[in-house]
Design a protein around this ligand. Sequence first.
Ligand SMILES: C[S@@+](CC[C@H](N)C(=O)[O-])C[C@H]1O[C@@H](n2cnc3c(N)ncnc32)[C@H](O)[C@@H]1O
Length: 233
Amino acid sequence: MNMSVGDTKRLGSEAAKRRAWETKIRGSEAAKRRVWNAEYNKGEWDYLDADTAKPDENRDPIYRYLNKYCVDTSVLDLGCGAGTTALLMTDAYREYVGVDISTVAVEKARARLAQNPQRAGKVTFFASDILSFVPGRKFSTILFRESLPYFPVKQIVDLMRRYSDYLAADGVFIIRIYDKRAYREIVETLEKQLDVVEKYEPEGTLNIMAVYRPLAGATPKGSAGREQTGNAC
Ligand SMILES: C[S@@+](CC[C@H](N)C(=O)[O-])C[C@H]1O[C@@H](n2cnc3c(N)ncnc32)[C@H](O)[C@@H]1O
């Protein structure tokens, strides 16, 4: 079979994309950070931060849940990107901690928050892998907004177990997944491991967002009292 230069380039870039995806899921913390930083530097995730003028709930129904569950409470946002959620949620939360592996995203998040002094005082960002981050105290809401697909299912089970230790007594996980068909195994795993409090699957999309609690009787054990860790950029 004869391949054109265009075919060769396309195949090369598909292979590069597959390698980047593999690294994001199975790479070391440093390798994952390199890939995410390169993508943030190229502007590949800028679209997530565009259009911040739109009223939040019209932009994404996830804000309905955030606005409902986060009034006067603390929020831990795992895989927070460049700070859009902290900026767009109704300003009723008491405290917000964002964690992201990408130092580029975290720098951008800090710069954007500095423009918003009212929120900046109650928001902190850490550059860390979710796998190794230690929150050090409990939160009312733990959010995974489009960040769970970057973990193998087995690790997600362990993550949910570990982060359940950092949920306050009546705390919830809020999880958004863009494509419930592609990530069906993740959705099924979450539903087996956690209690679904409420769930929304907008018609005409493959999105799914849901509020979960740890299963009754799944008593948290472990290190909820240890120090908060993560790197400053
Ligand atoms: C699709 S983006 C979503 C960003 C943001 N949550 C939003 O919805 O606008 C996924 C984010 O997860 C972060 N991420 C992926 N794997 C991570 C990991 N192992 N630890 C921390 N952050 C991670 C990426 O750097 C990226 O910012």
